[in-house]
Ligand binder design. Structure first.
Ligand SMILES: Cc1cc2nc3c(=O)[nH]c(=O)nc-3n(C[C@H](O)[C@H](O)[C@H](O)COP(=O)(O)OP(=O)(O)OC[C@H]3O[C@@H](n4cnc5c(N)ncnc54)[C@H](O)[C@@H]3O)c2cc1C
Length: 444
């Protein structure tokens, strides 16, 4: 089974991956060239109808929802250029990350870091600030060396640190509001192997050791099983093992761990938990105990990515790194004191400060706290109960995940918010890329 959303022919419904958002576009096109994108933008501008290019619909919000014309990404896919001297790769914007990973692997190259799936398109993933985890390894948009986009007036702009740097500065996390990206250039490095160490840990020990672990391992990912004292801690360290010499987990071991944490068995447990919420704490204790310590090594992109077949809804906030663990403790206090029964682990990741105007890690080292419920479960009490804590800590919601914030209360969270709005005014004066969600988070 794949994690792509349902296909959406003209007049049919567009749905995001979680099924939480849907829309009925009036027109569906699959442009295969930059010229075709320019023409479609011009037509939309003249007709005063909106146009939206979607990725694979993996955002949990309606940020990608088309309100008139939907441009599908499949026609803009594939690698365009590899520059081994500059160590960059340029690909068309609709290329799925997983395809880029395979092409890079064949060339002995790799991205530095990524999130925990690779289904998304390059443009979709960067546009909402998709991140992985790492004390020094930043999110995908911060790995960009250049981009090409079609603005709301139909102009084709190339941007990098040298060319249109003011556009590059802002458009790397553009929320789909500044233009239609047609190509993206990423910094890459030689293909590398990560050594993964996964171990169950008690809550206190994991939090006490967190700073040390982040300093020692390149990528640390923690999962707390609500209603228990148990965590699963994953630490991935870069090695000098030659690609080809790695020792991936046996198929059976990989199946057991991946299915338990993320997929079939876990999905079954969630269904039992939905029908009998009182059983959730016991289920979480069993799940937390069933996980065992394991070590393996594999190509970096295979270690970063886990298949996700159980659909869910997610809220994730970036809070300042220095207060992050206290915020996590406060969230736990509220969960413990509530009558919610939370079957999904709470995920804890980190990222270093970057310089992109609307990146959730802009200007500060960040801790990311992510909360999930099954895709068909009402999330409002749980997410709504925790959001004030995250917000009070100066938290910034992930642009692709569920939150209730609006332009007025997001603006103070970003010292470059007005720069972003000014760039939007310049690149999309008629708001051909606007939809209801963007009007909510950016204003009219
Ligand atoms: C199972 C799952 C796991 C996830 N894991 C992570 C994770 O580890 N880390 C993390 O940070 N996030 C994660 N996410 C969130 C996900 O990475 C983001 O929501 C991402 O934006 C989805 O990419 P997409 O291709 O599906 O884009 P969509 O959701 O379809 O679109 C996202 C935005 O990009 C815009 N866009 C798409 N294509 C273009 C284009 N060509 N030009 C301009 N704008 C464009 C859209 O208009 C929209 O505004 C996860 C989501 C799911 C469902």
């Amino acid at each position: 089974m794949t994690t792509s959303p349902h296909p959406s022919p003209a007049g049919a419904r567009w749905r995001n991956w979680s099924g939480l958002e849907e829309a009925v576009p009036q027109r569906v096109e699959t442009p295969t060239s930059v010229d075709a994108v320019v023409e479609l933008v011009r037509q939309s501008r003249e007709a005063r109808t909106g146009v939206k290019m979607t990725g694979t619909g993996h955002s949990f919000t309606a940020i990608a929802a088309p309100q008139h014309t939907l441009l599908r990404p499949e026609g803009l896919s594939g690698v365009l250029d590899v520059d081994r001297e500059a160590m960059t790769v340029t690909a068309r914007a609709g290329t799925p990350l997983k395809e880029l990973n395979l092409v890079l692997e064949r060339m002995g190259l790799s991205l530095h870091n990524m999130g925990d799936i690779a289904e998304q398109t390059l443009a979709g993933a960067t546009s909402t600030g998709t991140h992985g985890t790492g004390g020094t390894a930043a999110g995908l948009a911060a790995q960009l060396a250049g981009l090409e986009l079609v603005t709301g007036t139909g102009e084709v702009l190339r941007a990098s640190a040298q060319e249109n740097p003011d556009v590059f500065d802002v458009a790397r996390v553009g929320l789909g509001a500044l233009g239609i990206l047609t190509a993206l250039t990423f910094h890459v490095e030689p293909l590398f192997v990560l050594e993964a160490h996964e171990q169950p840990m008690r809550w206190d020990r994991a939090l006490d050791a967190y700073d040390e672990m982040v300093a020692a391992a390149h990528h640390v990912d923690m999962y707390w099983f609500p209603h228990t004292d148990r965590m699963l801690v994953k630490q991935n360290v870069r090695t000098d093992i030659e690609p080809g010499e790695q020792e991936p987990p046996s198929r059976a071991a990989a199946w057991w761990e991946d299915e338990l944490v993320s997929n079939t068995v876990f999905g079954g447990l969630c269904r039992v938990g939905s029908r009998a919420p009182g059983l959730v704490p016991r289920i979480n204790r069993v799940a937390g105990r069933a996980l065992s310590e394991r070590r393996y090594s594999d190509l970096a992109h295979r270690v970063f990515v886990t298949p996700r077949r159980v659909r869910f809804r997610e809220m994730e906030y970036a809070v300042p790194r220095e207060v992050g663990l206290d915020v996590l403790r406060e969230c736990r206090r509220v969960i413990d004191a509530s009558d919610w029964r939370i079957a999904f682990p709470v995920e804890v990741r980190t990222a270093p400060a970057d310089d992109i105007a609307l990146s959730t890690a802009h200007g500060r080292d960040s801790l990311y706290l992510a909360f999930h419920v099954p895709h068909d479960t009402d999330h409002t009490a749980y997410f709504g109960g925790l959001e004030p804590i995250l917000r009070a800590a100066g938290g910034r919601p992930h642009w692709g995940k569920v939150h209730t914030r609006t332009a007025a209360d997001l603006a103070p969270s970003y010292d470059r918010f007005d720069d972003f709005l000014a760039m939007r005014e310049r690149l999309d004066p008629d708001r051909v890329f606007a939809n209801d969600h963007l009007r909510r988070v950016l204003g009219d």
